[in-house]
Design a protein around this ligand. Structure first.
Ligand code: SAM
Length: 398
């Protein structure tokens, strides 16, 4: 697949399609096709490697290998058996077949994957009288089967494990944010990477780390070693090395201040451990304190944060959100304050009118990402824009 033009599908989380398309355009891929939970482009093998390293808002990079129509279950096995699977990987590699099924042709959603798995195993047996092993949890090679009615698309998943597994996280908090969602929130907020960014409920630091990597121009996958493409027959290690060689070796600072804090010393320790492995880690400021102990670090800036959702906090959660509202109003003038939460009732206690609301999913939990723009210099906390925003884009967390 090295010389040909490849159809590359970048899978993402529901609602992140537009920000992903925007990110791809910035990375030089101007011609994008926005799909449901995915964005498609055309490119080369170099682009596939490059994107695996650099893309922030995608969960995997797929390369299409075959597209066909089927009439029934048997047809899937038959047509999948025509693919020469042995040209993609060798017997010593483990593999898995995953994907998504939107078709009435199958009553069991896992069955199509089983049929394709059988086709792969039988192809190897016919040729080598032996078969590669399946490994569902940590396969070395992953095939993606997308079944939409009678249309089947078979792709190589060149990423393998989802790209939100960045490799920088040593420590997680109780409710860590998915790294891809954090990157999506940063993009959605329109942060310019120059103004000061604050996360006063930083937990294990996902927003801070994603922000620092973005601002420093470092790839999000800089600490990740696993990429499924390394296990393919055609892996071009020189090409991969040349892409890695373009990554800045020394980062001497950040173009802005990035500040995180949390009431829990344990959480701040986790954040610091996560930051420690990164060259930009030492430039991120972290403190142990309650949100209301923060002195506004700059005249203007942005706050992006997810306070506790408060499932087990009773009335206290409403009080916390009320205090956050009062604090933003009195202490954070000049800041665009974005809050992510699934607690719609608690949101009402913020007592300020958001001027933008974005629908977000945190796992199965519906959340809202809301912007409160606090006027600079106004003690009463007037808003930069006093219109209630409509709930628009949706982002879904893992
Ligand atoms: C939902 S978690 C944040 C998760 C974080 N985004 C991450 O990726 O790990 C909320 C955090 O708020 C912190 N917290 C609770 N009350 C606080 C307060 N009054 N001031 C500051 N932090 C507080 C908790 O310790 C917890 O780490």
């Amino acid at each position: 697949m090295s010389a040909e033009k490849l159809t590359i599908t970048l899978k993402t989380i529901y609602g992140l399609e537009e920000v992903l398309a925007e990110e791809l355009a910035e990375l030089g891929f101007k011609k994008t096709k926005v799909l449901n939970r995915a964005v498609q482009i055309e490119g080369s093998l170099r682009d596939v490697y490059f994107l695996n390293l650099h893309v922030r808002c995608a969960i995997s990079v797929l390369v299409e290998i075959e597209k066909f129509r089927i009439r029934n279950e048997d047809d899937l096995y038959k047509k999948a058996s025509r693919i020469d699977w042995t040209k993609y990987f060798t017997l010593d590699k483990t593999f898995a077949v995953k994907g998504a099924v939107f078709s009435d042709l199958f009553s069991h959603s896992q069955y199509p994957f089983l049929l394709v798995k059988d086709a792969i195993v039988d192809t190897f047996r016919d040729k080598f009288d032996d078969r590669p092993n399946v490994n569902i949890k940590t396969p070395q090679v992953v095939f993606d089967v997308y079944l939409n009615k009678d249309q089947v698309t078979v792709s190589l998943n060149t990423s393998g494990a989802p790209l939100f597994q960045r490799g920088y996280r040593q420590e997680v908090g109780i409710a860590p944010l998915n790294e891809v969602v954090a990157a999506g929130l940063l993009r959605t907020s329109g942060w310019d990477m120059k103004s000061t960014l604050v996360d006063p409920f930083c937990g294990s630091g996902t927003i801070l780390i994603e922000a620092a990597l973005m601002a420093a121009g470092l790839p999000p996958q800089i600490e990740r070693n696993h990429f499924a493409f390394k296990n393919f027959e055609n892996f071009d290690s020189e090409l991969w090395d040349s892409i890695l060689a373009d990554v800045p070796k020394r980062v001497t600072g950040l173009p802005c201040r990035i500040i995180g804090s949390d009431l829990s010393a344990d959480m701040v320790t986790k954040t610091r451990r996560n930051l420690r492995g990164l060259s930009i880690g030492r430039f991120v400021e972290t403190n142990v304190n309650g949100f209301d102990e923060i002195d506004k670090p700059d005249e203007t800036g942005i706050m992006i944060s997810n306070p506790p959702y408060g499932e087990r906090m009773g009335d206290e959660i409403d009080e916390l959100y009320e205090e956050v509202g009062n604090w933003m109003k009195t202490k954070m003038s000049g800041f665009n304050c974005w809050i992510l939460s699934s607690n719609f009732e608690a949101f009402k206690h913020v007592g300020l009118r958001p001027d933008r609301k974005v629908k977000v999913y945190n796992g199965d939990l519906e959340c809202s990402f809301r912007r409160y723009s606090i006027y600079e210099g106004s003690k009463k906390g007037k808003y930069m824009n006093n219109q209630e925003g409509k709930e628009n884009t949706s982002i879904e967390n893992k």
